[in-house]
Write a new protein. Structure first.
Length: 329
């Protein structure tokens, strides 16, 4: 029988596929542990379920930026071939940006999955950064953009539409602080009263970023949750980000947040069972419209259910043998 990927030709066309978790660390010991944890979980689950982003912007001590960039380069080069390693460099207008690119991209660009560009305000910022990146010999290296101000949110569609951009992330804490006190500090957390999931300006920004990404087949990546010691809060936040706001990826800032993100972003067992049953019935009908469970299904719903299975695979879910066969080489 034909593979869903072959029949549903536009099921993945133009869509960027990334692990659902992006784990950030900037201290040497934590960066090393993050890479080790990625390897361990990849072996455990059979698929890489999170990226490791080595952080220069917040990780490098003031005055020690060059040494930190050299360390990040060393770690990227020493990572296993199958590792997914990215780097967040300094903003394009920072004095260390060009040095970051020359050191990290110039020496380890071929080992990076992408580069995270913080504080991108416009396509002009993006183009300025790409000129430096391309000059370092990484003309095909994808970039992710961190949206951290009201002006950047306004231009999110333009930024998401750039061909080199894979993903937009929302910089919650900088977004709140950029409003000069007009948004309360509670909006940096998950408090039900004017927290990051209830303050209107924050919600508006998140929805704009998610919408911009989906318009261009890019990946919307949700902001941090600072309550890293409470897995229940983390999982509830990730579930709301995924199921209410349309985010398909989320930042982790502590190893304890990774599994709650995976669980929240993963389809339920019921959803997986339904998706497989519909796709199997569609195969038997040569992908013509069918009636299943008293409902009509056609190519549109087939594409939806195929996405359910691919999301289950990306989150390391245990799949029935009939479904796991879709993802074998």
């Amino acid at each position: 029988m034909k593979h869903p990927q072959d029949v549903l030709q536009d099921a993945q066309a133009g869509l960027v596929s990334l692990p659902v978790c992006d784990h950030y660390s900037g201290v040497e010991q934590r960066m090393r542990k993050s890479l080790q944890l990625q390897a361990e979980m990849t072996q455990e689950l059979g698929v890489c379920v999170f990226d490791v982003t080595l952080d220069c912007e917040d990780g490098a001590p003031v005055g020690g930026e060059a040494d930190h960039a050299a360390l990040v380069t060393e770690l990227a080069l020493a990572a296993p071939p199958a590792a997914r390693v990215a780097v967040r460099v300094h903003p394009v207008d920072h004095p260390c940006f060009a040095d970051d690119i020359a050191q990290i991209v110039g020496k380890a660009g071929n080992r990076l999955t992408h580069l995270m560009l913080p504080k991108v305000e416009s396509v002009a910022d993006l183009e300025s950064a790409l000129k430096v990146i391309d000059a370092a010999g990484a003309k095909t290296l994808p970039v992710h953009a961190l949206i951290e101000s009201a002006a950047a949110v306004h231009r999110a569609f333009d930024i998401a539409g750039h061909s080199r951009v894979q993903s937009l992330s929302f910089g919650l804490m900088d977004f709140v602080s950029a409003h000069g006190g007009a948004i309360p500090a509670s909006a940096m957390g998950s408090d039900p009263n004017l927290g990051q999931f209830s303050h209107p300006l924050v919600l508006r920004a998140k929805l704009a970023i998610a919408s911009a990404c989906h318009a261009f087949g890019k990946v919307p990546s949700h902001s941090v949750v600072t309550e890293f010691s409470d897995p229940a809060v983390m999982q509830a936040a990730a579930r709301q980000a995924a199921h209410t706001l349309g985010f398909t990826r989320m930042w982790s800032i502590h190893p304890s947040q990774i599994r709650p993100i995976l669980q929240a972003m993963a389809p339920s067992e019921k959803d997986i069972t339904q998706a497989l049953a519909v796709l199997q019935a569609a195969q038997l009908a040569d992908w013509a419209p069918i009636s299943w469970g008293g409902q009509l299904h056609d190519r549109a719903s087939y594409r939806y259910f195929w996405h359910v299975l691919t999301r289950a695979h990306r989150t390391g879910q245990s799949l029935p043998s009939q479904a796991s066969a879709f993802f074998k080489p």
